[in-house]
Write a protein that binds this ligand. Structure first.
Ligand code: C2E
Ligand code: MG
Ligand code: MG
Ligand code: MG
Length: 288
């Protein structure tokens, strides 16, 4: 009977599965030449320090516009690129491009770059980063590497060694999507992260759920006591922002403060902020 049910189930799901597998296969094939065809670009989303409300860094977010599929979300294509190892080449391009872009920003604005666990395990990573920093003439401390929390669940020794190598170069490391990876809290003391990003799923409910407030407060307090900076991601409403101020979170990022935007717009935004600070319209004319 089980066999029969299994066969029925397979027959039922077959067309959908085929479609999914086919799309994935076609995307994988298109990914191969995407870099050479110039189909990738980066967008940058500002991160604001709550103390002073100034932009402290911008996160580079990869965008792929394919000739056949149009815009494809990184949530869909990054796992495919990870599977066939292409993420290393693509990730190297992201690193070069992100550092180059940040080279034109004011000294006090950092660049945050997402790194795949596959890249983190690659032996050439430190060299790649040093090269990207060098060609952009960007000091290492202005680069923040974001690594998703799920990395902590496997290959602990490799991960630890890779993180230490990054810290040795002088770049900062950020634990991304904290709260989604089911890792033990004790891991926080073992892994050398300077910053923790609290996942959007906790921020979402902040303005209506006292339980979420308690959780975010506990995370911020713990991270702070362990000497880490805290960033809340996915802030969409003024009520969430107000709540985050009360928890004494260090920085915020989300659609409320700014969407991911092209390099040209982020440069203009940063230049504008500069001018506001110096309050001189003459500087503005000269810089053009
Ligand atoms: P992430 O690093 O956690 O990035 C945050 C994601 O949330 C981004 O989606 C961003 O556009 C989105 N977001 C920002 N603010 C808000 C908000 O207020 N509300 C909502 N609903 N969403 C918000 P995106 O750009 O689609 O990227 C998705 C994921 O893909 C990233 O999650 C990251 O894990 C991965 N990714 C993006 N670029 C790269 C890259 O260059 N390399 C690697 N390895 N992964 C990348
Ligand atoms: Mg990130
Ligand atoms: Mg995140
Ligand atoms: Mg996330």
């Amino acid at each position: 009977r089980a066999k029969e049910a299994g066969r029925r189930a397979i027959r039922f799901y077959e067309p959908v599965m085929d479609e999914k597998i086919e799309r994935r296969r076609d995307l994988a094939a298109e990914l191969q030449g995407a870099l050479l065809r110039g189909e990738f670009h980066l967008q940058f989303q500002p991160i604001f320090a709550l103390d002073g409300s100034k932009i402290c860094s911008c996160e580079a977010l990869l965008r792929w516009t394919n000739r056949q599929f149009g815009a494809v979300s990184p949530a869909e294509f990054i796992p495919i690129a990870e599977e066939d190892g292409l993420i290393v080449t693509i990730g190297n391009w992201v690193m070069m491009e992100a550092c180059r872009t940040a080279g034109a920003w004011p000294d006090d604005v950092n660049i945050a770059v997402n790194l795949s666990p596959v890249q983190l395990r690659s032996a050439e990573l430190p060299a790649v980063i040093v090269r990207a920093l060098g060609s952009a003439q960007l000091p290492a401390h202005r680069l923040e590497i974001e690594i998703t929390e799920s990395i902590l669940l496997d290959e602990v020794d490799t991960t630890l060694a890779a993180l230490r190598a990054l810290n040795a170069i002088g770049v900062r490391t950020t634990l991304d999507d904290f709260g989604t990876g089911y890792s033990s809290l004790s891991y926080l003391t073992r892994f050398p992260f300077q910053t923790m990003k609290i996942d959007r799923s906790f921020i979402e409910d902040l303005d209506r759920s006292p339980a979420s407030v308690a959780i975010v407060q506990a995370i911020v307090d713990l991270a702070t006591k362990l000497g880490m900076q805290t960033i809340a991601e996915g802030v969409e409403t003024p009520a969430q922002l107000a709540q985050l101020r009360r928890t004494r979170c260090d920085a915020v990022q989300g659609y409320l403060m700014g969407y991911p935007m092209p390099a040209s717009r982020v440069a203009a935004l940063l230049a504008g902020m500069r001018i506001n600070v110096s309050a001189s319209s003459r500087n503005q004319d000269e810089s053009r």
